[in-house]
Design a binder for this molecule. Structure first.
Ligand code: PGA
Length: 233
């Protein structure tokens, strides 16, 4: 099975830089989709233009966030409906940067997951630990939606942007647990379990040895096409 690579450009690539990334590397990215599923997540403002550039390619577009409300007077927010109309088929939710800097709670994350599924956008659900009582409401929410595709990204806070990757043994345990949990709670779904945090072209080989990891959520290292290519191939 192909690995799933999510390029989370955060606010690292500007509008022009995001456009240039895709115009300059569109063909090469397309080639890489022979080996991998690739989702690029530009900022809101670049999303539609990037989606248009890669339109006839197998590269998929994700948003980095969405509003917890369907529509209305919420200055500065972007709805799941708008994201779908602009060409997003994926959206990151529950990222620790949103939880920490924007005080997003599990309740807010659940509202976002519901809206995304409603608009046929696959949520890329970030979790930072395996505390069962904290995760149960999220699993329950996914279970309520009869959607085949489930993407969960384990991103320990201490590993995001720090250069520190958890021990192999810890990751093996976490991903075994997640595999068992999703098998029992979300049977018959196409579940993809991702690791995220300080992934780069040097450490990804070791991560690929952990059998229950199905893909990667990559921040900083995904903003360089060369790096991204080296991680995929
Ligand atoms: P990083 O970010 O790869 O820059 O550590 C990962 C993420 O936040 O998704």
């Amino acid at each position: 099975m192909k690995y799933l690579y999510i390029a989370n450009w955060k606010m690292n690539l500007s509008f022009n830089q995001s456009i240039n990334f895709c115009t300059q590397n569109g063909e090469a990215l397309q080639q890489l989709t022979q080996h991998a599923e690739i989702v690029v997540c530009p900022s809101f403002i670049a999303l539609k233009t990037v989606a248009d550039i890669v339109k006839n390619k197998s590269i998929m577009i994700g948003a980095q966030n969405c509003s917890e409300y369907p529509s209305g007077a919420y200055t500065g927010e972007v709805s799941a409906l708008s994201l779908a109309e602009a060409g997003a088929t994926y959206c990151i939710v529950g990222h620790s940067e949103r939880r920490i800097y924007y005080h997003e709670t599990t309740d807010i994350i659940i509202k976002k997951i519901n809206l995304l599924y409603h608009h046929n956008i696959v949520p890329i659900i970030c979790i930072e630990n395996t505390k069962e009582d904290l995760l149960q409401p999220i699993f329950d929410t996914i279970a309520q939606h009869n959607r085949n595709r489930v993407i969960i990204a384990y991103e320990p806070v201490g590993s995001i942007g720090t250069g520190i990757i958890p021990e192999q043994e810890h990751l093996t345990t976490v991903f075994e647990w997640l595999t068992q949990k999703t098998h029992s709670l979300l049977p018959k779904r196409h579940v993809q379990l991702l690791y995220g945090g300080s992934i780069n072209q040097n450490n990804i080989k070791e991560l690929k040895k952990i059998i229950n990891i199905n893909g990667f959520l990559i921040g900083g290292a995904s903003t360089s096409f060369e790096n991204l290519k080296n991680m995929i191939t």
